[in-house]
Ligand binder design. Structure first.
Ligand SMILES: Nc1ncnc2c1ncn2[C@@H]1O[C@H](COP(=O)(O)OP(=O)(O)OP(=O)(O)O)[C@@H](O)[C@H]1O
Ligand SMILES: [Mg+2]
Length: 883
């Protein structure tokens, strides 16, 4: 405290002077009083003595005069009397001498002259009663009456004596007394001055020292020789000076420390009074607000500390009022921005606290705030990284509490983020109330990472919103503190359910592929054989008459060959190696079309209900294949209901969205048509259900089922871009649902009955290229039987040579696709270069897709799959020639 206190130091300086005057005055007053009272008493006493002497003398004189007068009166010597009176009247101090007759008549007056007859008395004055002498004071005179006695009263003598001498005496006594008093005062003052000079000087010095103690603290003063009290006072002041200095130094040091602390605080600090006016601003606050302490002092807080909500952009309530009313520490809402004086905006975090004095009164508010812009940016950056990772991400502490999680994780577990954070991972991911490692048959990668500090990976199923649904690949990585201890673990969770499904599907597809390849390979040769069997069988039928035993045999051979062809067809169907005729068809039409057939198939114990929607359900499909699927499903349903039940066939429409697509393995989102077949039969257990689409999986007794029905259905559905699902529980029946992508095309009108008519013939020349002799001969027979002229070639090379030779005649080239020395495509290319107008028809026992894959034939080319039936061949040849 460098400020002085003038009001207090002044009386201190005056004190010695006043004290000094007081002592002098007091001593003088006492002396004056003493002298006066002494003088008074002394004067009074001496005056009384003198008065008594004067009185006695006067009375004696009066008595003498009265006696003398009486003598002269008795002898009547008036002259003597008069002489006596005159003589006495001339006595000093005698003011008036009167002789009076007893009645008071004045005989002589003033100068002693008698009143003779010729000088008669002029007046009469009252005399005292009786004859006793009397003395009385009249003004400054002493009046004495004395009777003149000679046996009888002869009259009175009255003398007035002057008391002037007495008065004079009294005055002189007073004068002496006063003189003495004055001398006394002078002497005492001098004496006091002499005695008090030193202590007074010391006191004065001390007083000045005390007055300047503020400035001189820390120094000591030497008190001149003085009384011990003054020295004591001096010591006390010196001590006070030293202590004051010491405490001021301590205070300054504390102040300095506080100031340095305040300035060193990285946070902005603003203190206000209770009305919200700024009283302090530290350096950081100055930098953040752009206001200097000097400029901000006394300004309302909101002028300097302008805060707005980052989300609403509206001003945020000044925290001072809240702190004042609550008397508690309050924090700002999140997302608060401070607008500096130059308009710069910074994200801040702050809190306000009341400043409470010792009496418990709130005397102001202190705000502490910090610039969190960078921190926020970093947080946002990290959050963005966190969120941009497509995988679920959580951070868990040692208690398995989820400290933070990203949205992908929340989506995986289908729970809101605020519920996830703070909950344990075993609760959220596994719906357990204990950590996973405490449960039997479960493993936890996080505990591994916590214990070993090593990353871990594990695949397990997670629960989605409490239901066990998803397969998740969990990877854990350690987060260490400064000392290297693993304090938390980052866990990434990748939902691999879809991947698993795809893997399953791939596995299924691969299985199909392998079997398909096998079947396809077998079918190729087998179809050639069948083509020959059925071809020659047909020829035999044509050459024999009805009722002929040979014809009957031939028909039996044809029936068996047909069954064999169907089986090959089935094998090709499930292995997706069949060439389908895809057209826009109405699913409802297909269902309605096979209704009768199905009724016959299921028998009478089973009720068939067909529920078709009113809408057109157009799909791109090979209707024969769809019928096949329906037949297979219905046959299975029938077999599952040996004691009867209800079979329901239903159609409908459905819009597949992204989540449904992912969950159910659809290839694309959009409109789908639904074909559902439900039964009330035995149903299936989990194990059966998981294998039903496997080729050759059957639970039926040998001879009753081949295990191909659903495999074929699966193959057909897949080839139509559809999805087939099954829902079944033992004893509760089964529902198959098939979804076909809806088509926007128009269905074709039903084909004319032309197909039923006998196969048409012709007279054109046909070049036939086929390496398989049996098949070549058969086709030649069929074609020649129908009127055509046939040129035969046993491989591609020969075919080209023969075509060159007969290029004018040949109207159609029928060629096997796979042949030695030039395949079908090469033959085709060669003949087209020679004769662009020539028509071509390809045949193969290989499947259409192999052929297409090898680039042998192209879309739109005429193609016949082996085994080839004569009627089919003739119809196709005619249509190609006419097309
Ligand atoms: N609707 C159903 N109810 C109960 N089980 C069924 C049903 N459909 C199929 N299954 C089970 O699936 C198995 C496989 O069916 P799939 O149609 O592929 O072969 P299959 O009927 O046994 O023989 P195939 O159809 O070749 O004559 C059946 O053996 C049966 O156990
Ligand atoms: Mg079946």
């Amino acid at each position: 405290m460098s400020r002085s206190l003038p009001l207090k130091s002044k009386p201190l300086a005056l004190l010695p002077r006043r004290l000094y005057a007081q002592i002098v005055v007091t001593v003088s007053v006492i002396l004056v009083a003493a002298f006066l009272s002494f003088g008074f008493m002394n004067a009074d006493k001496q005056a009384a003595i003198l008065e008594r002497i004067i009185r006695n003398e006067s009375e004696a004189i009066t008595r003498n005069i009265a006696d003398s007068c009486a003598h002269y009166l008795v002898v009547r010597d008036y002259a003597g009397l008069e002489e006596l009176l005159v003589r006495f009247s001339e006595m000093p101090d005698m003011v008036n001498l009167q002789a009076l007759e007893p009645d008071g008549t004045v005989l002589s007056d003033v100068n002693g002259r008698l009143h003779r007859p010729e000088n008669p008395p002029k007046k009469k004055i009252p005399v005292p009663p009786g004859e006793a002498p009397q003395t009385e004071l009249q003004g400054e005179n002493l009046v004495i009456w004395h009777p003149m006695l000679a046996n009888r009263s002869l009259g009175w003598v009255r003398i007035a004596f002057s008391l002037h001498e007495l008065t004079e005496f009294k005055s002189s006594v007073w004068r002496t007394t006063l003189l003495l008093a004055v001398l006394g005062i002078a002497a005492s003052t001098g004496l006091i001055l002499l005695v008090m000079r030193r202590p007074a000087r010391s006191i004065q010095l001390l007083s000045r020292f005390a007055g300047e103690l503020n400035l001189k603290k820390g120094t000591v003063m030497q008190v001149p020789d003085s009384s011990s009290e003054v020295e004591e006072l001096g010591d006390s002041l010196n001590r006070a000076s030293l202590e004051l200095h010491a405490s001021e130094q301590a205070l300054l040091a504390e102040r300095e420390r506080l100031a340095v602390t305040l300035e060193s605080i990285g946070d902005g600090v603003i203190a206000t009074d209770t009305s919200g006016k700024i009283v302090l601003l530290n350096r950081t606050a100055e930098q953040l607000t752009g206001w200097s302490m000097k400029e901000a002092a006394g300004k309302p807080l909101e002028d300097v500390f302008r805060i707005i909500s980052e989300t609403t952009r509206r001003p945020v309530e000044n925290p001072v009022q809240r702190v004042m009313s609550s008397r508690q520490v309050v924090g700002l809402a999140n997302h608060t921005a401070l607008i500096a004086r130059d308009g710069t905006e910074r994200s801040i975090a702050d809190s306000g606290a009341p400043i409470i004095d010792r009496e418990g009164t709130v005397i102001g508010v202190v705000l502490a705030f910090r610039d969190v812009t960078e921190k926020k940016r970093t947080e946002e950056f990290i959050r963005n990284i966190f969120e941009s990772i497509g995988e679920g991400l959580i951070v868990i502490d040692r208690q398995y509490r989820i400290m933070t999680a990203n949205r992908a994780y929340a989506e995986q577990v289908r729970r809101p983020l605020d519920l996830i954070i703070g909950s344990t991972c075993h609760e959220i991911s596994h719906n357990r109330d204990k950590p996973c490692h405490e449960e039997k048959d479960s493993c936890c990668p996080a505990i591994h990472t916590f214990e070993t500090g090593e990353p871990a990976v594990m695949v397990h199923d997670h629960s989605k919103a409490g239901k066990h649904m998803a397969f998740v690949e969990t990877r854990t990585f350690p987060i260490r503190d400064g000392s290297g201890t693993v304090v938390s673990v980052i866990e990434t969770t990748t939902d691999i359910t879809e991947r698993r499904k795809l893997e399953d599907q791939l596995r299924q597809a691969q299985k199909m592929e392998a079997i398909g390849q096998l079947a396809g390979g077998v079918a190729h040769d087998f179809n050639n054989i069948l083509t020959a069997i059925t071809g020659y069988g047909n020829l035999l039928v044509r050459k024999t008459n009805a009722g002929d035993t040979l014809r009957h045999y031939a028909e039996q051979i044809l029936t068996s060959a047909e069954r064999a062809a169907r089986l090959t067809g089935s094998l090709l169907a499930f292995s997706r190696k069949q060439v389908f005729e895809m057209k826009p068809v109405d699913l409802n039409d297909i269902v309605k079309g096979v209704d009768k057939l199905l009724r016959r198939l299921i028998g009478e114990d089973i009720e068939l209900r067909t529920i078709v929607t009113g809408a057109n359900l157009i799909i791109m499909a090979d209707s024969g294949q769809i019928e096949q699927v329906l037949m297979n499903l219905v046959t299975n349903a029938r077999d599952a209901m040996p004691n009867g039940g209800t079979l329901t066939i239903e159609t409908g429409e459905l819009e597949v969205d992204e989540s449904w697509r992912r969950e159910h393995g659809f290839e694309r989102v959009g409109a789908y048509t639904l074909l559902a077949v439900s039964d009330t039969g035995t149903g299936m257990d989990e194990d059966t259900r998981s294998r039903i689409f496997d080729p050759f999986f059957t639970t039926k007794e040998i001879g009753r089922g081949t295990g191909l029905g659903l495999a074929i259905a699966y193959g057909i559905v897949k080839q139509h871009g559809g999805v087939i699902n099954v829902y079944s529980e033992p004893g509760k029946g089964t529902t198959f649902r098939i979804y076909f992508p809806a088509s926007t095309g128009f269905k074709e009108l039903p084909m004319a009955a032309e197909a039923r008519q006998p196969a048409p013939g012709g007279t054109e020349t046909v070049l036939l290229a086929e390496d398989e002799e049996l098949v070549r001969k058969l086709i030649r027979l069929v074609l020649e039987g129908a009127g055509y002229r046939v040129i035969e070639a046993k491989d591609g090379e020969e075919a080209i040579v023969l075509f060159r030779e007969n290029r004018e005649a040949v109207k159609l080239v029928i060629t096997d696709v796979i042949m030695p020395r030039r395949n079908g495509k090469e033959v085709y290319d060669a003949v087209r270069s020679l004769q662009p107008e020539v028509k071509a028809l390809f045949m193969s026992g290989y499947t259409a897709d192999i052929i297409q894959n090898r680039g042998i034939i192209e879309q739109g080319m005429n193609y016949l799959a082996k085994p080839i039936l004569p009627d089919t061949l003739l119809r196709k040849v005619r249509s190609v020639l006419d097309g």
